[in-house]
Write a new protein. Structure first.
Length: 135
C-alpha cells in the first residue's frame, strides 16, 4: 500500500476555462510563437515561486505533472473531459501545502490523500555474473 492523491473537482466547482486553442492542431504555434499543446514546469527567478503553465492540456496531463511534483501518484478523478489553458503558481518554500492550496484556489480542484494498493518490484537477491576467463 502506497500513498497517492486523487485529483477531484472542489466543492465550489472547477475554475478551469476551456482552451482557446481547441481548433488549432497540436503542432500549431500560439501567439508567443511556441507550440500549442504544452505543459511547462517553471521555477521563478528567486527559486521560490513555481508554476505549471498549460495550453490545450487535459486533466490526465495535469495529474501526471502533479505526480512528478509531489513524488506520489496522482489519479484524475475530476470527470472533466476536454482541454484547458491555465497557469498554476505556488510558493516552493511552503512545501506541498502551498501546492495543495494553489490547486484549490486557482483551479477549483482539490488533491485528496489516499492509501492505495500498488505494484512494486522487490529484488531479494543479486549475483554478479561469472566472468569468462577465455575472453
Amino acid at each position: 500500500v502506497l500513498p497517492q492523491h486523487l485529483l477531484e473537482v472542489g466543492e465550489n466547482g472547477s475554475k478551469l476555462q476551456p482552451t482557446k486553442y481547441a481548433d488549432s492542431p497540436d503542432t500549431a504555434a500560439g501567439s508567443d510563437g511556441k507550440a500549442i499543446h504544452r505543459m511547462l514546469m517553471r521555477e521563478g527567478d528567486d527559486g521560490q515561486v513555481m508554476s505549471i503553465e498549460a495550453q490545450k492540456s487535459s486533466m490526465a496531463e495535469l495529474a501526471r505533472q502533479l505526480s512528478m511534483q509531489l513524488g506520489e501518484n496522482v489519479v484524475d478523478k475530476t470527470g472533466l473531459a476536454g482541454q484547458y489553458d491555465f497557469n498554476l503558481q505556488w510558493a516552493q518554500s511552503a512545501g506541498n501545502d502551498s501546492l495543495f492550496t494553489a490547486v484549490q484556489e486557482q483551479l477549483g480542484l482539490k488533491l485528496v490523500p489516499q492509501q492505495a494498493p500498488s505494484d512494486a518490484l522487490v529484488i531479494d537477491h543479486v549475483e554478479l555474473p561469472e566472468m569468462d576467463a577465455s575472453r
